[in-house]
Design a protein around this ligand. Structure first.
Ligand code: 2NL
Length: 345
C-alpha cells in the first residue's frame, strides 16, 4: 500500500465511521461501531501494520495520518456517546421535568367517619333515613322541646357551652344530636324512622373517656303502636348487625328527661365475649348508650298527637363505640391527628 492509498483508505473509513455512528441507537451499538473502526480487526489496524513496508521518509506522515484518523473517529464516537449516554446519561436525557411529583400516598377516612358511615349503613339497612342539622342551636331545640324547661334540674346533666348571640343563654353548641330529631318531627308527620349522626359539644374536662368535642348518633322512631318491645328488638338487631351475630344486648333502667321509661343499653363485651375481663370491669357487659320511649311532652312540643303515636329513641357516642370495637384506650387519640394512630384503621 502506498502512502496515498493509505491516506485515501483512512479518509474513506472516517466517512463510513461518521455515517455508521449517526445510525447508532444504543450505547452498546456505539461500542460495536467504535471497535469496528478503531479495534484490532479494523482497517486502521491493518494500515498501521503496513507502515513498516513504506519508505522510511514516508513513515512519519503515515503515522500522522493514522493518529489523526484515530482522533477524528474517537471525537465522532464520543460526541455521539454524550447525546446517547450510558444508562445514567440516558435517564437524565429522558427526565421529564414537567411530570407531577410522586405525592405522599393516598389517605383514608378518619376512624370516627368510618364508624359513623358503617352505623348509618346498618340503619339504612333497617329502612331508616339519615338526617343532619346545625351544630349551633337555640335553647328551644337543645333543651325546651326535649322536656327540659328553663331551670329544669336535668339541664345540669349537660355541661353546656353557650354562644354570645341573642339573649343570654339562648344560643348553645348542641350538647346532643336530639335537636335534629325535633327539627325532623317539626317538618313532617309520622311515620318517622331516622338516625341523626353528628358532632356535639360539652364543657367536659378531657379524660380517657370524655372530650369537649365528640360525636353521637341518635335514632328516632315514631309510628302507631310502637312499644318498648320494638325498642329492645331494634337495639338487639342493631347489636348483632354491627358487632356480629355472637353479640347480644341488655337494657337496664335509667333516666333521661326526654324519654319515659328510659334505659341504658349494654352489649356483651367484645374483648371477652361476656366472660368478664378488665375491659368490662369483670361484668361481661359494656355500656354503649341510652334509650327509651319518647316522652309525650316531646310530642306535644312538636305538635304530634301523643294519643295516636308512640315512639322510641336511642343515642350513643361514636368515640365510645370505636374505643370498644378497636380497643382504643384514650379518646384524645381521635383528635390529636397523629397519623401513626390514624393510619392503623
Ligand atoms: C345517651 C343517651 C339518648 C335519646 C338519646 C331522644 C331524642 C328525642 C326524644 C327522645 Cl327527640 N329521646 N334521644 C333518648 C334516650 C337516650 O341518648 O347516653 N347518649 C350518649
Amino acid at each position: 500500500m502506498s502512502l496515498s492509498e493509505l491516506a485515501a483508505l483512512l479518509d474513506a473509513e472516517l466517512t463510513r465511521a461518521r455515517s455508521e455512528v449517526d445510525k447508532v441507537e444504543t450505547a452498546t451499538d456505539l461500542d460495536e461501531v467504535e471497535r469496528a473502526f478503531l479495534g484490532k480487526r479494523s482497517a486502521v489496524a491493518t494500515v498501521n501494520q503496513s507502515i513498516k513496508d513504506l519508505a522510511p521518509d514516508e513513515r512519519p506522515r503515515a503515522g500522522q495520518a493514522v493518529s489523526s484518523y484515530k482522533a477524528d473517529v474517537t471525537a465522532v464516537v464520543e460526541a455521539r456517546r454524550a447525546t446517547l449516554g450510558d444508562g445514567a446519561g440516558q435517564a437524565l436525557d429522558r427526565l421529564d421535568l414537567t411530570l407531577p411529583g410522586r405525592g405522599g400516598g393516598r389517605g383514608h377516612l378518619h376512624l370516627i367517619t368510618q364508624v359513623q358511615q358503617e352505623l348509618e349503613d346498618v340503619f339504612l339497612g333497617f329502612g331508616y333515613e339519615v338526617a343532619e342539622g346545625p351544630e349551633v342551636e337555640t335553647d328551644f331545640y337543645n333543651f325546651e322541646a326535649l322536656n327540659m324547661p328553663p331551670a329544669h334540674p336535668a339541664r345540669s346533666m349537660w355541661d353546656t357551652l353557650y354562644v354570645k348571640l341573642g339573649r343570654p343563654e339562648e344560643v348553645v353548641l348542641r350538647t346532643h344530636t336530639s335537636p335534629v330529631q325535633i327539627r325532623v318531627m317539626e317538618s313532617r308527620q309520622p311515620p318517622v324512622y331516622t338516625v341523626m349522626p353528628g358532632r356535639c359539644y360539652r364543657r367536659d374536662t378531657l379524660d380517657a373517656r370524655h372530650s369537649p368535642v365528640f360525636h353521637q348518633i341518635e335514632g328516632l322512631v315514631v309510628d302507631t303502636g310502637i312499644t318498648f318491645g320494638d325498642l329492645a328488638g331494634t337495639i338487639d338487631a342493631f347489636t348483632r348487625a354491627y358487632f356480629g351475630p355472637g353479640h347480644t344486648s341488655r337494657l337496664r333502667p335509667s333516666y333521661f328527661p326526654f324519654t319515659e321509661p328510659s334505659a341504658e343499653f349494654e352489649v356483651t363485651c367484645f374483648a371477652c365475649d361476656g366472660a368478664g375481663c378488665s375491659v368490662c370491669s369483670k361484668t361481661g357487659w359494656l355500656e354503649l348508650g341510652g334509650c327509651g320511649m319518647v316522652d309525650p311532652n316531646v310530642f306535644r312540643a312538636v305538635g304530634y298527637d301523643s294519643e295516636t303515636y308512640t315512639g322510641f329513641a336511642f343515642g350513643f357516642g361514636l368515640e365510645r363505640m370505636a374505643m370498644v370495637r378497636y380497643g382504643v384506650e384514650h379518646i384524645k387519640s381521635f383528635f390529636e391527628n397523629d397519623v401513626r394512630f390514624l393510619k392503623q384503621f
